[in-house]
Every structure is written in C-alpha cells, then in structure tokens.
Design a protein around this ligand. Structure first.
Ligand SMILES: Nc1nc2c(ncn2[C@@H]2O[C@H](COP(=O)(O)OP(=O)(O)O)[C@@H](O)[C@H]2O)c(=O)[nH]1
Ligand SMILES: [Mg+2]
Length: 357
C-alpha cells in the first residue's frame, strides 16, 4: 500500500471523509495535519505549519501529500518544491479513485475526460500567469509551450467526446452483465465512510478463501458469498462524495453503471450523521440512483452504525427519512454485527420474490 500525509480541515466529518477517500485510493495515512483554513495564497497552509511538516515529511517519507482542498498550480508547485513530494489535491485524489474503479470502456473515457477538465482548469492559470509576464517561464514552461499544452488538452478532450458519442455503450454493458449470468448480485452503495467496506468484509468474511476462475476476472471489490447455501456475488462500489465538483458527475455516475444489473442494492446509510447531513445525503443518493435508472424495488435501506445511537434516536431518524412503513429497511451495525443475519434473511426473501413469475 502507498503511504500519504493528509492535510485536511479540523472538522470531524471532513476528516472522516478525507480518510475514506485516501483509503479508497489505496493510501495508508501515516500522519494527519488538521487546519481551520486551507486557502492561504502561497501554500494553502501557513509558513509555520509548512515548516513543521517539512521535518515530518523527511522523517516519514510518504509517497504523496494529500491536500483536502483545491490547489492552484502555483500552490501545488510551491508545496511540492518544499516537501519534495508529489502533492495531490482533493480533486486529483477523487480522480485517482475513479480511475482505479472505472471498468467499462465508457467509464474509462468519462474519467479521462474529467482528468482533462482538471488539467484544463489549471492550464488556464498557467497561460494567464505567463502571458501577464508575472511568472515568465512559469514552472519552466514558456508561453509558447503553454499554448501548445493548452491546445493539446482541448484537442484530446474533443477526441474523447467523439469516442464517447460513438461508444457502443449498450454492448459493453451487456458484456459485463453476461459475465454475471447465473449469479444473483448484491451491490453496496452509499456515501464514503458510511460503512460499505466494513459491511462487505463482515458479510464476506467467512467465505473469503473462496476462489474461482470467474471471480478473479471480476474486480477486487467483488466476492462470492453464500446465504442459506445459495451463492451470490457481492460488490462494493465507489462511494458518493460530498461536494463533488459538477464536472466529475458524469465520471462518477459511469463508475456506478453496474448498479443497473444488480439484483439487490444495499444502500448503506450512516444513521449517526446529523439530521441535516442525513437528509441531504439521502436525497442526493436517491436522486442519483433514480437518474441512473435503478429501480426502487431492489433497494434495501440499511441504517448502519446503529450501535452509536439509542433506539428512540434511530426511530426518529427513520421517520425523518420517511422509511417507517418501508419493509426493506433495517437498522444494523457492521461493526458489532448486530442484525446482519436479519439483513441476510431480507436479501434472501427479496431474491425469492424476484424469482416468482
Ligand atoms: N460505530 C460504528 N462504526 C462503523 C460501523 N461501520 C463502519 N464504521 C466505521 O466507519 C468508518 C468508515 O467505514 P468504511 O467501511 O471504510 O466506509 P466506506 O467508505 O463506506 O467503505 C470506519 O472507521 C469504520 O470502522 C458501525 O456499524 N458502527
Ligand atoms: Mg470503502
């Protein structure tokens, strides 16, 4: 596993999400710097904080520095020059996650397009800085090279857009769908740090040693489980991300296209979130799933982390989400294992119902 030093905001929910994003991108965090403000002009952080970080970086030798905010090219360059490490800002980190998760040709193109948009937004600053003569030869690139670079990005974006239009989207999806024929599939969806991976590991824990030709060709986030002696495939998916920039939405959705084929979708909801966050995230999940064309019938609403709340608090939140009459709703704890057997029973029941003509 690659290692990272994380610089993030000093706010519980933001720290949790940032750790979740690093985890999803495959970085182990060796040190965390928490700050109230990450938009200082030169380095994002203050000179004093940077000075301390210099020593820590030298000692811990992480592969990268993750900066949980958007950085301008000049800030990224300044940080990287002092710390002698590659610096990934929040958007670059998210793009890495999408890149590692994109499986179909279409979603690879969508992710590439988002990466080029990211570069494009930065190319503009480079062009501006060098044309104003403020930073001639900015980062070692002269005005001419910047223009060439800028036009090259534009050209590559155009090419991808044409490919996307032509892409036989359906064909690819069908091919993927066929791979799974014969196996009922369960997918886990939900926000980053809602507890998807914890639940995935708990549910597959007993059968992890199972290996089979077919499964090695699926992504590492798909495994086989048995419920009542019947085999299923279970898949962990890319998590929803708070404050996802608009230009990344298509890339994000394309990484979730497998949800269209899943027989059951377990929506993992962090019931310990504040009422405000809970409502906001729930609405956003439901909107995205409906945009994707996922049928509401196959969604199981799992209220995770219920070990952190009192019974009355859970009930209040179920009301707020308007799920009190919903039979496909269950409060669980992936950590303690509470109600996981009931969740499996519910999965089995729904699968059995789907088999009826
Ligand atoms: N208390 C409690 N913590 C949980 C539970 N499920 C997950 N967590 C914690 O929440 C954090 C995020 O979990 P993770 O499975 O990585 O979330 P993911 O981003 O959705 O895959 C981790 O620190 C978990 O230990 C739960 O049921 N109860
Ligand atoms: Mg996860």
């Amino acid at each position: 596993m690659k290692s990272a030093i994380l610089i993030t905001y000093d706010k519980e929910d933001m720290i949790t999400e940032a750790i979740g994003l690093c985890d999803a991108a495959g970085y182990e965090i060796v040190h965390t710097v928490k700050q109230n403000f990450l938009k200082k002009p030169k380095y994002g952080i203050s000179g004093g904080v940077l000075e301390k970080l210099e020593g820590i970086t030298e000692r811990l030798r992480p592969d990268v520095i993750v900066f949980d905010e958007i950085l301008k090219p000049s800030q990224n360059y300044n940080l990287a020059s002092v710390l002698h490490r590659e610096v990934l800002d929040r958007e670059a980190l998210i793009l890495e996650i999408f890149e590692s998760r994109a499986s179909s040709a279409e979603s690879k193109l969508q992710v590439k397009l988002a990466q080029l948009r990211y570069e494009m937004a930065r190319a503009k600053e480079k062009v501006r800085l060098s044309s104003m003569g403020e930073q001639p030869g900015f980062m070692g690139i002269g005005k001419f090279e910047v223009d060439v670079y800028y036009n090259d990005i534009k050209h590559r974006m155009q090419t991808i857009k044409i490919k996307l239009e032509k892409a036989g989207k359906q064909r690819e999806l069908h091919r993927q769908g066929r791979k799974r024929i014969g196996f009922k599939t369960i997918s886990l969806a939900g926000y980053t740090s809602a507890g998807k991976t914890t639940l995935f590991n708990k549910m597959t824990g007993e059968t992890r040693e199972q290996s089979h030709e077919l499964f090695t060709t699926l992504s590492t986030t798909t495994r086989r489980i048995t419920i009542n002696r019947e085999p299923f495939l279970i898949a962990d998916t890319v998590g929803f991300i708070s404050k996802l920039p608009a230009y990344m939405i298509d890339a994000f959705k394309s990484t979730l296209e497998e949800l269209l084929y899943t027989d059951i979708l377990i929506l993992v909801i962090d019931i310990s979130d504040s009422i405000f966050d809970l409502k906001k995230k729930f609405t956003s999940c439901m909107r995205t799933l409906s945009d994707l064309g996922v049928e509401r019938d196959k969604i199981i609403f799992t209220l995770n982390k219920s070990d952190l709340l009192l019974k009355e608090q859970i009930e209040e939140k179920i009301e707020i989400l308007n799920l009190n009459d919903n039979k496909k709703r269950i409060a669980i704890s992936s950590k303690t294992g509470q109600n996981l057997n009931e969740l499996k029973k519910l999965v089995k029941e729904i699968m059995d119902k789907q088999r009826l003509p």
